[in-house]
Design a protein around this ligand. Structure first.
Ligand code: HPA
Length: 268
């Protein structure tokens, strides 16, 4: 079986590393592992993984330990807009969970739906709205992994979110909190769509994270989501959107992001 083969391959390559935490890095945040000592496995070596086709996503799985915690880092994720199936997008979550990870930290770049958030802000995800028009759990349910109709009343662990705010306070980071709406992309939203998303109750919009969060919740993992606000969404200001702008803000904010994530890993 694909999943078993991949699990065994990783165990062999990492000398039986058992991750506590899976960290998924979003657009522009791939620099997180620079300077860290660990084992890196390219996606091309892992059965079931596909190459990352997006600029700013590296395409390797990195394993390291810090303060007694074992962390697996996905440097680059799989997106729906790349033509990947929901199965492919969420496969790494199942894989890392099989390897032992009980906590997943999903990060992404996202557009702010109004000016209460500013590009460069970090926002903890309190909840999401799935507007991808599908669900990764559609199909036959594997009851050994999770239930058919999983509850979604607290996908993003309240207990962990409290600890994240403590972490942010300790290092003087003004962390925001809000709701993430996921669209398929790859086109950005129209100004009217941005108004609709705001009316629905979302604070930021992006093109990832939700499929992984749904599957992690199904697997009874504890989930955290962090959005790096990379831009104002379409129509919030007059400027046009570009992926380069998203990557630039990621680089500019990477120190703050790195500090926060390191502190979170220490505290959870
Ligand atoms: N819209 C959708 N996805 C995004 C955006 C945006 O404005 N910024 C970064 N990812």
């Amino acid at each position: 079986m694909q999943l078993e083969n991949a699990v065994n391959y990783i165990k062999e390559k990492t000398n039986g590393f058992v991750p506590d935490i899976l960290l998924v890095l979003g657009s522009g945040l791939g620099g997180f592992t620079n300077g860290l000592n660990g084992v890196s496995i390219p996606y091309s070596e892992i059965e079931g993984f596909v190459p990352s086709t997006v600029t700013g996503h590296k395409g390797s799985l990195f394993f390291y330990s810090t303060g007694g915690k074992n962390v697996a880092v996905m440097q680059g994720r799989f997106h729906f807009y790349e033509g990947n199936s929901m199965e492919t997008i969420t496969y790494p979550i199942k894989l890392l969970n099989k390897l032992g990870a009980k906590i997943v930290i999903l990060t992404n770049a996202a557009g702010a739906l109004d000016t209460t958030l500013t590009p460069g802000d970090l926002m903890l995800i309190s909840d999401h709205i799935n507007l991808m028009g599908t669900n990764p759990l559609i199909g036959k349910n594997d009851d050994s992994m999770g239930e058919r109709f999983p509850d979604m009343s607290q996908v993003y662990s309240l207990e962990l979110r409290k600890r994240v705010f403590e972490a942010a306070n300790e290092i003087n980071i003004d962390l925001k909190e809000g709701v993430y709406a996921a669209t398929t992309g790859p086109s950005y939203e129209t100004p009217s769509e941005v108004k609709m998303l705001k009316t629905m109750g979302a604070d930021v919009v992006g093109m990832s994270t939700v499929p992984e969060a749904i599957v992690a919740n199904w697997l009874r993992m504890k989930v955290l989501g962090i959005s790096l606000v990379s831009n104002y969404a379409s129509g919030v200001t007059d400027s046009k959107l570009s992926h380069n702008e998203v990557l630039e803000i990621g680089k500019e904010t990477s120190d703050k992001f790195k500090k926060l994530v390191n502190k979170i890993i220490e505290k959870i």
